[in-house]
Design a protein around this ligand. Structure first.
Ligand code: PEP
Length: 225
């Protein structure tokens, strides 16, 4: 079984990095790259995801990008509600849901990110926090993916234990039997095999390591079980 690898470059990368990806991967791979908007118009020959979208269809929203514009560039996926969007751009659950609905209307698969903060993790509130995020962020129906990304694991080199990821993904699977479920947070070439082997983990959302194509190749090689 081939698991997914979703590469979130954040506000990093270059045309060179895009070329390195083009040389390393084929469009048929289970790899989705989410570079900054400006690179989405380059003919990549890869599955493309955006990192954000605006929820209105068009209009006087300076600096924003609509679903229709992304769809025109053959963007098929979009990260929604990444913790950095929530932290720096104050995207609350209602905005996350509106953005996810906007994606679905444009036949773009929203990859909806949820996760607890360190404080919530230490207070054993993970399940409660995730259930509230699911209740408030998910659109009706199907067609979306969910990425479990503990905020304290993003870019820190720390991950939950295998048992903790297993428990969260079992909870998610029980609620979302046919939804693609990703884990994200400090995935790298060394821990990817163990994470992909977890039941109900359908793939990984990779941030920091996605800037090194060799690391992505290593992760991708473990994604085939
Ligand atoms: C992310 O930004 O979604 C992420 C998981 O980052 P990192 O892999 O660097 O923890």
């Amino acid at each position: 079984m081939q698991k997914w690898v979703v590469a979130n470059w954040k506000m990093n990368g270059s045309k060179n990095l895009l070329n390195e990806y083009k040389n390393a991967f084929a469009e048929s791979s289970n790899l989705i790259i989410c570079p900054p908007f400006v690179y989405l118009g380059e003919p990549a020959g890869l599955k493309l995801g955006a990192q954000n979208i605006y929820q209105q269809p068009k209009g006087a929203y300076t600096g924003e990008v609509s679903a229709q514009m992304l769809a025109e560039l053959s963007v098929k996926y979009c990260l929604i509600g990444h913790s950095e969007r929530r932290q720096y751009f104050h995207e609350a659950n209602d905005i996350v849901r509106a953005k996810a609905e906007t994606c679905l209307r444009a036949a773009i698969t929203p990859i909806i990110c949820i996760g607890e903060t360190l404080e919530q993790y230490e207070a054993h509130q993970t399940t409660h926090v995730l259930e509230k995020q699911l209740a408030e962020c998910l659109p009706n129906g199907t067609g979306f993916w969910v990425a479990y990304e503990p905020v304290w694991a993003i870019g820190t080199g720390h991950t939950p234990t295998i048992d903790e990821i297993t428990a969260v993904h079992l909870m998610l699977r029980e609620k979302l039997p046919s939804t693609t479920l990703l884990y994200g947070g400090s995935v790298n070439g060394d821990n990817a095999a163990a994470i992909f082997a977890i039941n109900n983990v359908d793939g990984a959302l990779v941030g920091g390591a996605s800037l090194d194509v060799k690391a992505v190749e290593k992760i991708y090689n473990h994604a085939s079980l």
